[in-house]
Design a binder for this molecule. Structure first.
Ligand code: PSV
Ligand code: MN
Length: 397
């Protein structure tokens, strides 16, 4: 532990910061236009956990993996023990459970917002199964994202759909264990291009409130319009005790799933800053699940996850350096330049040397990316999985 108080605070924040990996970030995924296959990409659930375990081994800050039930639990509830086994084998825990009510044909016109009661029921049943899976895996969060919406004006009764969402979410909430939470994610558009049922944080907030006290909002940083002030959304949700978690990624145009901080690292810093400022002011720890939601088509998947996790760690560490007491004084007196400088100074500080010391002290490699490259993992995974991945390309039309 370093001696200087500023470095001690930084060190403590490094001890506390953890970020969850998405299982879907390790498999070959594509764009609407095509898929570039990586020989080393995971081809099944076990390999996704193995890859996630490798990211955690190298970074030390990614102890859990979010799962998508349809993609990772081929037999639904029956697959639970198998998936738990993979998690234990590769030294990670199962994190947020993501139901999937957007992929099956029956969801063409929506899931919980579908005008057909039987389809709403099927979607609800899948969510309830996921809640049960979460109980068995010990996962706290059920993370809900809905593709529901419409593409043409006048084609959907938006008010009815809102009511059906309230009903479905309320019924889901009623089945939570006392420790579980529902996280409600929003997204302005895609795949729906006229109206999306849960299009912004206000809609997600109202629906979460309607669902019950353990429903909170999930902020996916890619799910905002271009000029949206995301950190303001974050501060409002915090002050309402309604911020449950994040899906981190970066964007240039829309939901691009770019590497966190690759376009606007200052924005990520400002988000972390508002959270830490809230904690300082209230004396309460914000109970937030930090998760990554990125699927990379071009970058090597494991390397990119290591890059993302360490970027998040750096930006979080920088945000802990803001002098809150000083900032509060400057804000109160409207000393604009001084207040802004509090942020700029922290952002400009190179925290990497302290992070390297912290890693060494924790028995980690100083440089997680170099450690991964030196391990030969990628070459081995390519050799083992290359054929299967190439075959999957042939079946992709
Ligand atoms: C939708 O764009 C989303 O952000 C949701 O969180 C999904 O679960 C995830 O991406 C993967 O499709
Ligand atoms: Mn997301």
């Amino acid at each position: 532990m370093p001696e200087a108080p500023r470095e001690q605070a930084l060190w403590k924040s490094l001890d506390a910061f953890r970020i969850e990996l998405p299982s879907w970030g390790f498999a070959n995924t594509g764009t609407r236009f095509g898929k570039f296959i990586q020989a080393a990409a995971a081809t099944n659930t076990e390999e996704k956990f193995r890859d996630a375990g490798e990211v955690h081994r190298c970074t030390g800050i990614c102890p859990t993996v979010a799962v998508h039930v349809l993609w990772d639990f081929p037999e639904g509830l029956q697959s639970t023990d198998e998936v738990k086994g993979y998690a234990a084998k590769y030294g990670v825990g199962i994190g947020a459970i993501n139901p999937n009510v957007f992929q099956d044909q029956e969801y063409k016109y929506g899931s919980l917002g579908n005008p057909e009661p039987q389809i709403r029921r099927a979607a609800l049943q899948h969510i309830l199964d996921c809640i049960e899976i979460g109980k068995q895996t010990g996962s706290r969060d059920i993370s809900l994202w809905f593709a529901d919406g419409s593409n043409y004006p006048g084609t959907a009764n938006i008010r009815h759909r809102k009511k059906w969402f309230e009903e479905g979410l309320r019924e889901s909430h009623a089945k939570l264990s006392p420790t579980q939470r529902l996280l409600v994610e929003y997204k302005p558009f895609e795949p729906a291009f006229y109206h999306t049922d849960i299009a912004d944080w206000g809609m997600a907030l109202l629906l979460a409130r309607a669902a019950g006290p353990r429903a909170k909002v999930l902020v996916d940083t890619g799910h905002h319009y271009q000029a949206q002030n995301i950190e303001q959304v974050v501060t409002w949700l915090l002050s309402e005790d309604m911020l449950g978690g994040f899906h981190f990624n970066d964007r240039r145009y829309a939901d691009d799933d770019l590497t966190l901080g690759s376009i606007d690292p200052y924005q990520v810093f400002r988000i972390f800053h508002e959270i830490l400022y809230f904690e300082w002011e209230t004396g309460r720890r914000a109970d937030i699940a930090y998760m990554i939601d990125q699927s990379h088509n071009l970058k090597s998947k494991i390397e990119e996850m290591i890059q993302t996790a360490t970027t998040a760690q750096e930006l979080y560490a920088k945000a802990t350096l803001v002098d809150h007491a000083r900032l509060a004084r400057h804000q109160q007196k409207c000393e604009l330049v001084d207040a802004e400088e509090c942020l700029k100074e922290a952002f400009a500080t190179d925290v990497r040397p302290v992070i390297r010391d912290w890693r060494r002290a924790k028995g980690l490699s100083e440089d997680p990316l170099a450690a991964f490259r030196a391990s030969g993992y990628l070459e081995k995974a390519s050799a083992e999985r290359g054929k299967k991945n190439a075959a999957s390309l042939a079946s992709y039309a």
